[in-house]
Design a protein around this ligand. Structure first.
Ligand SMILES: Cc1ncc(COP(=O)(O)O)c(C=O)c1O
Ligand SMILES: N[C@@H](CCOP(=O)(O)O)C(=O)O
Length: 465
């Protein structure tokens, strides 16, 4: 399997090379040159597989050349054995035709664990094999940070720097990152928002000259293909449980950086029957406005009750645009250059293609709280604010109400006690036992100004030998 850049001019890479990188050298994102796909009879046979076996079946073609079949299976088995639910990604039915896919049973209570527990293990194996040290740099609006640290802290050959927006993540999210300490783990609280953190990470990947010789950056954000790849699996797992390949389901996905929903799009291209992908956004609704108007216009970032989705530049949308423009890297390079300078309008053909698969819905804070409280009153099920946005969006799809809808429950409600409190449901969500002492542990983080030179100076001064 080879990987190509969405902007057409960077060299094609192997899986091992893609895992060890972030942005392509032309500024694009890597995608597989071609996708594996499954026939109806293969899908029928896959329907009986447990999560780790299904993951192996789906991921093996993507890692070709880097991992043999048995080695991959043992890494996958180890990865999902740390999840607290034996089904790994259980489906819970809340109403007629309404399911939630619980993606929060990993160590840090968010869907990020599915990919980052795996990525950490794949990276560790490759770095040991190559005898190399790398520097991990990531941006988080709350969940990627702790999942990346938890996933990669086993790696001997890394230093890890995670940027989060100062005072813009929940206290539980912050503590989950900042209490994971060690000489190679660095949490940087940036006096800015998530877009600033993400822009700094991307700029650092483009010019890595601030690092000492021999070191290079590896991404843990969804710009790294390995993140997307691992997230494809749970769409198959849910779809097969609900009758695929003979019945199609629709998926509602709380969306920020467009990585999770892009994995659903890939699942459909690989043969899973997907009736619709619903982009569920909070007030930061760039993608909802794009789908409605065709204009891809920047927006001032707002702080909401669903902080992990407080994102206005969705990295992975570029991967979808690449397909919408018939994989024409030159066209994407031109569009992204124009987007750097302002707003862009997508062609009618591209928008028509996008609307064949995607719908969108925007949910504000008041609607989020109303959804948490209505679902609690009706079913006794407590949604976190991000999952509530997904659920409210699924319910909004009235003309498709005959479909089975799967809302991706992307985080555990205990990560957001303030929002749950505001929903006045008369209950609280408890942290699982392994995090019960979170509020007693010491925190370690440095507050830095919103200045890339300051961040890069900090990094080069704090790199291990
Ligand atoms: C809890 C939660 N829900 C939804 C999202 C949005 O997912 P994506 O960025 O892949 O669109 C995030 C952040 O990525 C998140 O942490
Ligand atoms: N919502 C994320 C933001 C980073 O997105 P990623 O999927 O590209 O890592 C977070 O919680 O950190």
């Amino acid at each position: 399997m080879r990987y190509i850049s969405t902007r057409g001019t960077a060299p094609t890479l192997s899986f091992e090379e893609v895992l060890l990188t972030g942005l392509a050298s032309d500024g694009g994102l890597y995608v597989p040159e071609s996708l594996p796909s499954f026939t109806v009879s293969e899908l029928e046979e896959m329907a009986s597989l447990d999560y780790p076996s299904l993951a192996h079946r789906i991921l093996l073609p993507f890692v070709e050349g880097a991992f043999e079949s048995e080695e991959l299976q043992s890494i996958i088995d180890e990865t999902y054995a740390v999840f607290r639910h034996s089904a790994v990604a259980p489906l819970v039915q809340l109403d007629h035709n309404q399911w939630v896919l619980e993606l929060f049973h990993g160590p840090t209570l968010a869907f990020k664990d599915f990919a980052l527990q795996l990525l950490g293990r794949l990276l560790d194996t490759i770095l040991k094999r190559r005898g190399e040290k790398v520097v991990i740099m990531g941006a988080t609006s709350g969940d990627t940070g702790s999942a990346a640290i938890a996933g990669c802290q086993r790696c001997d050959n890394i230093d890890i720097f995670i940027l989060h927006p100062h005072q813009r993540v929940s206290e539980v999210q912050r503590r989950q990152m900042t209490t994971l300490s060690g000489p190679t783990i660095h949490n940087l609280a940036l006096e800015g928002n998530f877009d600033d953190c993400q822009a700094m990470v991307k700029a650092s990947f483009r010019d890595q000259s601030f690092l000492p010789d021999g070191r290079s950056l590896v991404a843990v954000n969804s710009i790294n293909w390995a993140r997307i790849m691992a997230q494809i699996v749970y769409y198959f797992y849910a779809g097969l449980a609900l009758g695929a390949p003979h019945r199609a389901a629709a998926y509602s996905v709380p969306t920020g950086n467009f990585g999770d929903i892009f994995a659903g799009y890939l699942a459909s291209k690989m043969g899973l029957p997907v009736a619709q992908l619903m982009i569920a956004t909070n007030r930061n609704d760039v993608l909802h406005r794009l789908l409605t108007s065709g204009d891809y216009a920047r927006q001032t970032l707002e702080h909401t009750l669903s902080p992990s989705m407080d994102i206005s530049v969705s990295s992975n949308f570029e991967r979808l645009m690449f397909d919408l423009y018939d994989r024409d890297g030159g066209a994407i390079a031109d569009l992204m250059a124009a987007f750097d300078d302002g707003d862009i309008a997508l062609s009618e053909g591209a928008m028509a293609n996008a609307r064949m698969m995607f719908a969108s819905h925007r949910v504000d804070d008041a609607q989020t709280l109303a959804c948490i409280s209505e679902v609690w009153d009706k079913t006794g099920y407590l949604l976190d604010p991000h999952s509530a946005i997904g659920y409210a969006a699924a319910l909004s799809a009235k003309e498709k109400a005959e479909l089975p809808w799967v809302t991706l429950a992307t985080a555990h409600p205990a990560k957001f006690p303030d929002a749950i409190g505001q929903a006045s449901v008369g209950t609280t969500a408890h942290l699982p036992l392994h995090l019960a002492g979170l509020f007693e542990l010491d925190e370690h983080f440095d507050v830095l100004t919103n200045d890339i030179a300051a961040v890069q100076r900090f990094m080069s001064e704090h790199l291990g030998a």
